[in-house]
Design a protein around this ligand. Sequence first.
Ligand SMILES: [Zn+2]
Length: 178
Amino acid sequence: MSILKVARIAHPVLRSPAKPVPRSAFKNPLFQKLVDDMRETMYEYEGVGLAAPQVHESLRLAVIEVGGHDGRAKAEVPFMVLVNPVITPLGEETVTGWEGCLSIPDLRGIVPRLARLKLEALDRHGKPYALEADGFFARVIQHECDHLDGGVYLDRMQGMRSLTFIKEFEDHIHHDEE
Ligand SMILES: [Zn+2]
């Protein structure tokens, strides 16, 4: 497995709508290697999700895992692969929360997101699945799916006043919230 180079904003691949993964991809060892490499890359940079455009592949593919990377705690969301995902809102409620992105290093900001959603996608072998998500899990799904449409979380912020460097977040904001 390899650690892949992560595209940063202003690279055109992050602003282009990604192409659907074709049925023929699932049996292709290169596609399976891409999924494994994306998993390694997500772990390496301690992300909770990674979309294929972030590693210079314009495909509707993302990986997610929340918690459990270090093996100490059970994963909150076990490793999952989203191929050609489709989000359907469940209700109109939105919630705000902090987000960061490996393609926008060192920054965080407050982003409104759907509180609940239904996700329909294919797994890494092309098998369809559907699930309902809320809370941080729903937030991560929406963040990764935005990448597949050429979006980043900055586009969703209601203003830039909450934008912060991670160091200043730890110094000034994180402690206030505890
Ligand atoms: Zn991101």
